[in-house]
Design a protein around this ligand. Structure first.
Ligand code: DGL
Length: 274
């Protein structure tokens, strides 16, 4: 048993899809969330910049004595490409568990993958999928406009702008009959109702934010690091830009108030060495 908090980070709002699931699975845990809202998006940046940002984000979370770190960002997981030995605490991430969930879900072996430009170009998803099953057919599509749309609140299933963009991005995956679609960016589950309506109810959508939380829960239990049952759980939120703007969007995503728990910090004060 361990009362220390779990640290979760992402470039912005996306990692809240992991927070949401973790709070449901493990309500007794304390969470420290960092959303790098001042530097979002990560997915259009170079691998080196993404890795530098990730090291600073991790350094910030470690300053809160976290017992585990959840990399609730596929773009960071893809940029690290397994290079995680520098982490001084156990960790979980979004990419590998999403791959496992997709392999379990597919019936026809055709899997669509949507993610940021950096994630798709890294080839990390394809490599991990093909290691598990070389016969899979993988249809990747980079969707660089989704993160800014989500960060700006264009998330309603009837939003005509987001719908048009999604139709364009999903056209080939739909035409080639994928039966499973990996939402390989933690921002995308926020527009899941729209994506599901375009793909049709016969297609299984894999929520990488949710899968990261499930994987973290398993790891926590394996290492016996869970909080004592009955402890009061909660989450403190930190961002690198306006806390009030974040609060409003976060409440919509989480479905409950977070009033008074979001604070702005200067991420540049944290060195990019762990
Ligand atoms: N939510 C992130 C991911 O899972 C990053 C999105 C971005 O900042 O481009 O990839």
């Amino acid at each position: 048993m361990d009362c220390r908090p779990i640290g979760i980070f992402d470039s912005g709002l996306g990692g809240l899809t992991t927070v949401r699931e973790l709070q449901r699975l493990l309500p007794s845990e304390q969470i420290v969330y960092f959303g790098d809202t001042g530097r979002v998006p990560y997915g259009t940046r170079s691998r080196e910049t993404i890795r530098k940002y990730a090291r600073q984000d991790i350094r910030f979370l470690l300053s809160h004595q976290v017992k585990m770190i959840i990399i609730a960002c596929n773009t960071v997981a893809a940029a690290l490409a397994g290079d995680t030995d520098f982490l001084p605490v156990p960790f979980a991430e979004a990419l590998t568990p999403a791959v496992h969930a997709a392999v379990r879900a597919t019936r026809n072996g055709i899997i669509g993958l949507i993610g940021t430009k950096a994630t798709v170009q890294s080839g990390a998803y394809e490599r991990t999928l093909q290691e598990l099953d070389p016969s899979l057919q993988i249809l990747p599509a980079a969707c660089p406009l989704f993160v800014p749309l989500v960060e700006n609140g264009y998330t309603s299933p009837d939003n005509p702008v987001t719908r048009l963009v999604a139709e364009e991005y999903l056209a080939e995956i739909r035409a080639r009959n994928a039966d499973t679609l990996i939402l390989g960016c933690t921002h995308y589950p926020i527009i899941q109702p729209l994506l599901q309506s375009l793909m049709g109810s016969h297609v299984t959508l894999i929520d990488s934010g949710q899968e990261a939380a499930r994987s973290a829960r398993d790891r926590l239990f394996q290492l016996k690091l869970q909080a004592p049952p009955g402890s009061a759980g909660g989450c403190r939120y930190f961002v690198s830009d306006s806390a009030s703007e974040f609060q409003e969007s976060a409440e919509a995503i989480l479905g409950h108030p977070i009033s008074g728990t979001a604070r702005q910090i200067d991420i540049e004060e944290f060195p990019d060495r762990v």
